[in-house]
Design a binder for this molecule. Structure first.
Ligand SMILES: [Fe+2]
Ligand SMILES: [Fe+2]
Length: 264
């Protein structure tokens, strides 16, 4: 039997994106076939391994990205999205490795294994599209701040779930529809179709966040709305930016009563 948390740690320690993806897909397949199980808690690295390229820059030093339009702009956007998805692979497996215990419900692992599998697919689709456009992941500088939310919430599963799926991935639902329109407008239906696929999957990731945030808040005798707002105030700098995609958020079971009061 493959040890799920150990396998998740191996994914986090894989620096090469193709190796990371292969390991994530293999572990998910093993889990789905009943060949992997949670056996002992993991010892995940504080930061996941990264390839030599892309060069990582502080957020303020990143060139501003624009959607649609010229091939350079489209490549820059796809590259930025690939970088987000690479981080998302690690974020999903880090939840499994860092927060899994002997008492964790099996469905919790099942949900995050599925997220970790889909993030690996998202990265692969974007990387393949970059190659079709004559580029590849690593060609452009990338944002160094994406792991900050993970470090900020490494001590507390409720904080992790409050910020990663329910602030950051939910924000993805708000902005992705406009990006899809921009790609279509630029005549790039292939990139638009990849983003459509990602968008559908990401509704499921927010749904997993909602489901497990409620579960663990209730298990700790907390009011889930109050507990979510407390953690967002404590661990997320700034306010939540409208407009919100209420339809997609509701499909994920994420109630406007949670996030509206914290919006700008
Ligand atoms: Fe994704
Ligand atoms: Fe996601």
């Amino acid at each position: 039997m493959i040890d799920l948390a150990q396998g998740a740690c191996d994914i986090l320690r894989a620096a090469d994106p193709a190796d990371k993806v292969t390991r994530a897909l293999a572990l998910a397949a093993d889990w789905n076939a009943g060949h992997a199980a949670f056996q002992s808690p993991g010892d995940p690295p504080a930061r996941p391994a990264r390839p030599e390229r892309p060069h990582l820059l502080p957020a303020r030093a990143m060139p501003k990205r624009k959607a649609g339009g010229s091939i350079e702009k489209r490549i820059a956007l796809l590259h930025a999205l690939a970088h987000i998805e690479l981080n998302a692979i690690d974020l999903a497996w880090d939840i499994v490795a860092r927060f899994g215990t002997a008492g964790t419900p099996r469905d919790f692992f099942g949900d995050w294994v599925k997220v970790g599998q889909e993030e690996a697919i998202h990265f692969s689709l974007l990387q393949a599209r970059l190659v079709e456009l004559g580029a590849q992941y690593g060609d452009l500088p990338a944002h160094d701040g994406l792991w900050q939310a993970a470090e900020e919430t490494a001590h507390d599963l409720l904080a992790r779930l409050a910020i990663v799926p329910l602030v950051l991935e939910a924000r993805g639902l708000d902005v992705t529809p406009a990006t899809i329109i921009d790609f279509n407008r630029a005549g790039d239906e292939r990139s638009a179709a990849i983003l459509e696929r990602i968008y559908r999957d990401e509704i499921g990731h927010v749904a997993a966040g909602t489901r497990w945030f409620r579960h663990f808040a209730e298990a700790a005798d907390l009011d889930s709305k109050q507990a979510w707002q407390d953690r967002v105030r404590r661990h997320f700098k700034g306010t939540l930016k409208p407009p919100f995609n209420d339809a997609a958020r509701s499909e994920a079971g994420f109630d406007p009563e949670f996030y509206r009061p914290l919006s700008a």
